[in-house]
Design a protein around this ligand. Sequence first.
Ligand SMILES: [Zn+2]
Length: 169
Amino acid sequence: MSLLKEAVERMAIGADHVHNAATVRHRQRQFAPLSELHPDLVTRADTVLLDELFYATVDECPDPHCRPLLLDRVVDDVWSTRKLVDWACFITSETYCGLPAELVDEEASADTVFRPSVTFRRLAAEYHNSRATNAIYDACTAAELREAADTAVALVDGLQVWGADFLYQ
Ligand SMILES: [Zn+2]
């Protein structure tokens, strides 16, 4: 493989550096990586990829391509996207002892600095009512999945930095 081709390949998979438990630099709150959320649940989600996204988020990776590239790969797969949204909802529920109305309700969300996307609010409401199924995710367009995944990552990022103050700053 030519050097140029190899460089392009590495860029394409965002592999010029990795994020994992061993490379994490920042002190972080006690958020469990995605692979540890319901590990007993049989899922086809790519937990290695999701954990990498988690550690990139926790470290607030300064590479502008890093998280978008990881997110591109996550939203390619409905199972992984669902696990990501479930995980963000889980962490948020732990932080606030339940999912705040600001994350599921359109009117309540309009008052926050953090504006959760429409799709995320809808999926979070399904999570809240224990009605989330893969069928709901299957029915989403690629753009909607991306929108939900972006909100999920931004939410965990915010909670990581601000804690419970995040939604009410
Ligand atoms: Zn990175």
